[in-house]
Each structure stands twice: as C-alpha cells, then as structure tokens.
Design a protein. Structure first.
Length: 560
C-alpha cells in the first residue's frame, strides 16, 4: 500500500504549530460571554436593589395611596407582537420631568421621593393596585458619552488608525452594537398588566426582560411590591436597557481580540523570521556539503564548520570533520596508483634484467618453460603499470591541453581509418552528418577518447559483427557514439560504469584480449575527457537488447 508523503518546510511546520494558538481567541470569546452574563446578572440585581430601596421608602405610608387624585386619562398602548411581553403606553415625556397624579397629597410626595433618583440611567415609576401611574422619573436613553479616543492619546496613532479603519468595521459585523436610536416607551398614566407587575402586586420581587417595540434594544424591568401593613398597595418599577452591558461587552471583546491579534501577528512574524533563518542555515549547510563532493563522489573541498553553539552548528562541525577524513582517504587512493607505479618500476627492472640474463645462459628445456611463464607475467605487470601511469597522467593533465577549433568529423574519420588497420578481424562502419561539425577542444584528447570507446567495443564484440562509429549533430550538441553487438550491460553497473577501476568484463568466447589485464580505466578516461570539454558520457543497451551503445555528448562550437 503506497503512502502519501507530504513535504513541509520548517517555516510551514512552525506556522502549523502556531495554529494551536488560534484557540486563544475562542477562549477569549467565551470569557467575554461569561463577562456579559455576569454584567447582566449584576444589572438585574442592581435594578432589583433600586426598586427595593424606593419601595422601602414608601412602605407603611397609607396616606400616600389614600390621597385623592385628579382624574386620569387612559392612554393608548403599544404592545409587542409577542403576547407574553407587555409594553407600556408610548407618550413622549421629557427625561427630567416627574409627573404627579394629583395636586399635592400622596402622589406629590411620591413624586418628590422618585424625583431624587431621576439622574440615574434607569426609568422609575410607581403604580397603585389599579395600575395607575402615581409618579415617574428618568429615561431609558443614556446621555452622550465623551469621545473615547481622546482619552487614549498615548496609543500609537498607527494602531489607532488600524483599529478605526480595519478592526472596528470588522467588530461591527461580528458583534451586535448597542444603539440609543430606539423608540422609548414612556409610562403613561395607566400601566397595563405585565409579568413583573403582576408578580410585584402579588407581593413578589420580579425581574423580566422585553424588547422595545422597534426591536432595537432590550429593556430589563424589576418590580417590587409596596406594603402597607399586610396589604400590597402598589409597586415600584425600575427599567433600564442592556445597552450599557452590550457596550461593555463589546469594549472587552475588542480590547481582548486586539491584544490577541497583535500577539498572533508578532508571534507569527517572529516565528517566520526564526524559521527563515533556521532554513537558510540548513540550506547553506546542504549546499556546502553538496559542493564539497562532486557528482562522482570525489571530495572537492572541506566545510569550514560553523562556530554556532546550537545543534546546527554542531552538525556543521561534524560534517566538516567527516569530509576532512574522507578527503584524506580519497587523496591517498588517488595517489596510490602513481606511488605504486613508481615503486614497482625498480623491482620490475631487476626481474626483467635477471630474466634476460637467464635467457643467455644454457638451461634445460624444462627450465625455459618457467622462464617464458615468468616473462609473460612480467609483461602483464608492465602493461598494468603502463595503464595506471597513463590514467594518472591524463587525470593530472586533462584540461591543460591547448584548445583549438576543428572539424570533429575529420578527426573521427581519420581515427576510424586507423582502427580498420589495427583491428582487421572487425568491421567498422562510419556514419557522419553532412556539412561541417566544428568543435572547440583538443584534437589529441578527442582521438584518445575515441580510441578507448572503440577498444571497449572491440573487446565486447564478436568477430565478424560490425562496430558502428556514429557522429550526429543537433542545434546545441554533437553526439559521438560507438555501437557494438554483444552482451548487454547489467542494470546494476549502469550508474558506475565510467568510474575508476570498474569493469564488467567476463570470459567472452573467442576474446583475443582475455590475457590482457583490464583495470576498468578505459571508460573512466572517456569520462574525464568528455567532462573536460563540457560534455557527458552515457552508456545504454541497444533497442533490440543485443548490444551496447556508448555515447559522448559534446557542445557545439560557439559562434565567433
């Protein structure tokens, strides 16, 4: 079963972790809702306390309710569409006006008591058992508040502008904004039955809520009974809108959300900068590590190593130490061939001279057989040293040859003519494109590269089978390829075929070169020469699977 792998960078991972903090606004919103419930309960208790205080001042004073009153007019009443909610009569009366039900006596004294509370944000009125309004004071609408921005002059102007232009319009869409532009219900001279009124006239302190007729505000009403002896003679009703609670809730939410938003923005920016710096350090370490080793596994440089005290610095120093040891080992291996060839030449010369002296001496026939075998082994050893010296010198000198512009097709054609003489048992076919094939490089190195390609094809090709040398031209490159019919390449060797000391030769039937040692340096030299000219060497099986094609892609000469 395949598994889907999602790659996320360090910055994306840190920002994903940061989403956990998005729970903070939700927690803040729940806190604000709890604060709103607390303020509503406090408002109800405050109104109930006010109603109780006024009622206490009117308890056990029968003359206040027994005094004659002027005729009262029954006013039209507007009710809410909800039959369970009762609205008082709607008659505009100024906020600071206290209306008595008669000329002195009880209602006048009640008005004086209520008038002392008229400066509160609540509306208070007193009714008797017949629902006649004996006195009233106050208004449901709050006075205009001073400009709040002036009190926050210490806040940076940029943040004030951001709140005013961006956050406040957003808050207005999310939060219900209190409005003082609502139709205020005014208690007329007759009040209609309502739940809180019925409860108070029954002797129970009752608190209730109802919307205004236009639905723009919610009114909280608390009614407390007025006792005269054991009888309820009337009730005190105190009303107030929830606008103050909504305003306080909105202010708390806006402040909390602004702080959380600022914290999230600053935290996101800080984490992004930190993750960017962390990612940049890791990418730098990766690039340095990749640049220290070339495509063929050679150590080309050593990391400087970071002086940072964190884990990345420690990793960088570890990489530097590892690459340093690898560079020393690679240097030892690269110079081993030249050291061996230099050190072995003297003993080989001694053995050769000894064999030559033995040949001049009279020896039995059976002894000369051993001398011939020793001579063959010495020749093989000399051939190995020659190949090793050739590869070492070429590796050291490649790229130092003088470059010139020449026709690559002419060099290839001349080389193939020589191969036909050198390999008479094989048929070499040459395919060249029409027109010039100009190339900037060293003709001697290109010829040496073609020598190795053809020698490799001859060693793997059966006698009588053609070897095709092909030169192709495109707009950007010249492709030189040598194709032979023979055993295909093993899949495991395709990637390292052009490395040093790599060979896939086996015992090929009829191989006239089976006694020649193979060090796996031929195609390695091909790769060195191709890369020195800005090209690339590749090997692949033929389409029919009956042979191999080794190609070298070289860039065309630039226009002068």
């Amino acid at each position: 079963m395949s598994r889907i792998r999602v790659a996320l960078g360090i910055r994306a991972q840190l920002l994903l972790v940061l989403t956990v903090f998005l729970a903070i606004p939700w927690l803040g919103y729940e806190y604000v809702r709890e604060l709103e419930r607390f303020l509503r309960d406090a408002q109800e208790k405050t109104l109930a306390g006010t109603a109780q205080a006024v009622a206490t001042a009117l308890h056990d004073r029968p003359r206040l309710f027994d005094a004659p009153a002027a005729p009262r007019e029954s006013l039209a009443v507007e009710r809410s569409q909800d039959p369970t909610v009762t609205a008082a009569p709607s008659v505009p009366i100024p906020r600071d006006t206290a209306t008595a039900g008669g000329n002195g006596g009880g209602p006048a004294e009640i008005s004086q008591i209520v008038q002392g509370l008229s400066r509160t944000t609540a509306r208070i009125f007193v009714i008797d058992r017949e629902l006649n309004v004996l006195a009233r004071a106050g208004s449901l609408k709050r006075p205009a508040l001073p400009d709040e921005q002036a009190a926050e002059s210490g806040v940076p102007r940029v943040w004030q502008w951001l709140e005013r232009e961006t956050l406040h319009p957003l808050y207005a869409l999310v939060l219900k904004q209190p409005s003082e532009d609502f139709g205020e219900e005014q208690a007329g001279r007759v009040a209609l039955p309502a739940r809180e009124v019925d409860g108070a006239l029954s002797g129970i302190l009752t608190v209730d809520r109802r919307p205004t007729p236009d639905g723009k505000a919610v009114v909280v009403s608390a009614a407390h009974p007025i006792w005269v002896g054991d009888q309820v003679k009337g009730a005190v009703i105190v009303e107030e809108t929830t606008n103050a609670v909504l305003a306080e809730r909105n202010r708390a939410f806006e402040r909390l959300f602004s702080i959380v938003l600022a914290a999230l923005l600053i935290g996101s920016l800080a984490l992004t900068l930190y993750a960017s710096r962390l990612s940049a350090r890791i990418r730098k370490l990766r690039d340095e590590a990749e640049a220290a080793i070339d495509a063929h596994g050679r150590v080309r440089g050593v990391l400087a190593g970071s002086s940072a005290g964190d884990e990345i610095g420690d990793l960088s120093r570890s990489f530097s130490s590892v690459l340093s040891r690898l560079a020393q080992y690679a240097s030892y291996r690269e110079h081993m061939a030249s050291r061996l060839s230099h050190e072995l030449r003297t003993p080989i010369a001694v053995v050769r001279s000894s064999l030559d002296n033995l040949k001049l001496s009279p020896l039995p026939a059976d002894s000369r057989v051993y001398i011939e075998r020793a001579q063959q082994g010495l020749n093989r050893l000399t051939h190995i040293l020659t190949r090793m010296t050739e590869a070492t010198r070429l590796e050291q000198s490649v790229g130092e040859d003088e470059r010139e512009r020449f026709d690559l097709a002419k060099v290839v054609a001349g080389c193939v003519e020589g191969y036909r003489i050198a390999y008479p048992k094989h048929t070499l076919q040459l395919e060249l494109p029409s027109g010039e094939t100009m190339f900037d490089g060293a003709p001697e190195l290109i010829a040496q590269m073609l020598d190795k390609l053809v020698a490799n094809a001859v060693e793997f090709s059966a006698e009588g089978k053609p070897i095709i040398v092909r030169l192709e031209r495109s707009d950007a490159e010249l492709r030189l390829s040598v194709e032979n019919e023979g055993p295909p390449l093993p899949d495991a060797m395709r990637g390292g075929l052009f490395d040093s000391m790599v060979s896939v030769r086996g015992d090929q039937p009829g191989d006239q070169h089976k006694d020649v040692p193979h060090l796996g340096l031929g195609l390695y030299i091909v790769r060195l020469i191709a890369e020195a000219h800005g090209g690339q060497a590749t090997a692949q099986n033929r389409g029919d699977g009956r042979g191999v094609v080794v190609s070298v892609a070289l860039p065309c000469a630039t226009a002068s």
